[in-house]
Design a protein around this ligand. Structure first.
Ligand code: KG4
Ligand code: ZN
Length: 350
């Protein structure tokens, strides 16, 4: 039984997971600095890096404890090499190198985006490459084909904002706090028929994405509606912002935005399956926990006879188990690294 520890520090989660044979999750420990970033409306790299330094040892110890293992019982150390925040990545990599050296075990560098997709393989053993992969997170939005041997072919990616970033920015505009995705998801659940038809922006390439036009359309709509409500309030001092809007109006705007964003993702993912002739679709990344996206893709999958796989939410957000999981097929293929390896904040499915 090969047991691998996976270290993940690409953004604001300090995470360590231990996985057996690439599938059985023995532990998945995480500490998040999210609360410290909330007041700034986004992740502050320096705060994230400092938080990783402070908590990585405790998170590692917790992962060992949950898995009831001693460090010497680990067979290899997998670690996120990139993409992500440069300072944050370096801390996880330095920690993983220290472990690999002290335990005399192989060090396996992992692409964070590939790990997000591998979470779907961990979820459903019937899913095997080749499959179409849709990565939807706070930093990335892309479509690819996952081939055997952990090789990837990029089909298209966002030309501006990542979809999670668009959720976060729209939530900020609506005064809903950070991170915005989960709040917009929850609020939208209360809206039966979103009433605003926001644009589904076009791109030159069929598999590329663009969310900045949608974000601007929401901004302009909010300004228009807020201005109207201010006039109705007849100069009672309300500012023309979302904060002066009624809760039901905010929920309607949030749900209408979500509807547009989800439709863009569903349309392009289906197109990728159609054009490649591949009938399996794996979805990964934080936005893959979105309930509307899951429902729409499940419906579309049934209609078009596609096998659609979503990891459970705990494997959608940044976590160490997905890194440990993909470490197994990489180790089998000898994809290990020397201790001189450096992190790469721009890595993208190599
Ligand atoms: O994959 P992830 O944890 O970190 C990155 O690698 O970026 O994704 C975080 C992103 C955030 O933008 C967050 O707002 C979004 O995922 N998110 C959601 C939901 N849960 C998290 N977006 C929409 N609906 C959700 N339920
Ligand atoms: Zn991620």
């Amino acid at each position: 039984m090969i047991r691998i520890a996976g270290i993940e520090t690409s953004c604001d989660e300090t995470a360590v997971g231990i996985v057996e044979e690439g599938r059985t999750v023995l532990s998945n420990a995480v500490a998040s600095s999210l609360a410290q970033h909330g007041p700034y409306g986004g992740v502050i790299p320096e705060i994230a890096a400092r938080a990783h330094v402070e908590s990585i040892w405790d998170v590692f110890a917790l992962a060992l404890d949950e898995a009831r293992l001693a460090p010497q019982e680990l067979d290899a150390i997998a670690v996120t090499q990139g993409p992500g925040l440069p300072g944050a990545l370096r801390i996880g990599l330095a920690f993983a190198k220290g472990l690999a050296l002290a335990l005399d075990r192989p060090l396996i560098p992992v692409d964070h985006l590939a790990a997000h997709l591998y979470a779907a393989e961990m979820t459903d053993s019937a899913l095997t490459p080749p499959y179409v992969g849709l990565v939807v997170s706070g930093g990335h939005t892309l479509l690819c084909v996952a081939h055997p041997e952990c090789r990837f072919e990029l089909l298209g990616e966002t030309k501006d904002d990542a979809v999670g970033e668009a959720f976060d920015k729209v939530a900020k505009l609506l005064g809903l706090g950070y991170p915005g995705g989960p709040v917009i998801d929850r609020l939208s659940g209360e809206v039966t028929a979103p009433s605003v038809k926001f644009p589904r922006s076009a791109t030159k390439q069929p598999f590329d994405f663009s969310f900045s036009g949608l974000k601007t359309a929401v901004y302009l709509y909010v300004q228009k509606v807020a201005q109207g409500s201010r006039l109705k309030a007849q100069g009672d001092g309300l500012q023309p912002s979302a904060f002066s809007l009624e809760q039901a109006v905010i929920a309607d705007i949030a749900a209408s935005f979500q509807e547009a964003a989800v439709e863009i993702l569903v349309t392009k993912a289906l197109r990728a399956c159609q054009r490649t002739g591949i009938r399996q679709l794996a979805v990964g990344g934080g936005v893959a926990s979105n309930r509307r996206l899951r429902a729409r893709l499940a419906e579309a999958g049934a209609e078009h006879k596609l096998h659609v796989v979503f990891p459970p939410p705990v494997l959608c957000v940044d976590n160490g188990a997905m890194v440990a999981g993909i470490g197994y097929p990489l180790l089998q293929r000898g994809r290990v690294a020397a201790l001189s390896i450096t992190s790469d904040s721009n890595l993208c499915l190599v």
